[in-house]
Design a protein. Structure first.
Length: 114
């Protein structure tokens, strides 16, 4: 999608260090980190949100979870623990309309989230 921020990052149009990638997904650091480790995992395919995902996307959604676990291992937070967040829609707090999973680690997380 031409006006999508994360599509631009995927296409190299915005200078962003990619910390992990494969043929279906990529990961990069959040611009406004909320934890010592804060990485975003996105599908290469433009899907607006979790709510917009369709049944044929199910395998990709599973792959994104696998990608999160891989990124957490590479970032050194797998053993200490981490949180995975997927904001969907306005009340879910989603601000960038390209499906993404937040990987947060490096500090203890609070519950319930705000
Ligand atoms: P959400 O609110 O769940 O849609 O999260 C969007 C996240 O994207 C937010 O934590 C900040 C991050 N972000 C916004 N613009 C950029 C950018 O240009 N580069 C990077 N690396 N992250 C961005």
């Amino acid at each position: 999608m031409s006006d999508c921020l994360f599509c631009k990052i995927r296409d190299g149009e915005l200078p962003t260090e990619i910390v992990w990638q494969d043929d279906q997904a990529l990961a990069f650091r959040d611009l406004h980190p909320q934890a010592p480790t804060h990485i975003l995992v996105i599908p290469r395919q433009h899907i607006t949100s979790l709510a917009a995902a369709k049944k044929p996307d199910a395998a990709l959604l599973g792959h994104l979870q696998f990608s999160v676990a891989e990124v957490a291992r590479l970032s050194g937070v797998a053993e200490s623990g981490y949180r995975v967040v997927c904001n969907s829609g306005t009340q879910g707090g989603q601000t960038v309309l390209h499906l993404h999973l937040h990987v947060l680690g490096g500090r203890a997380m609070n519950w319930p989230p705000g």
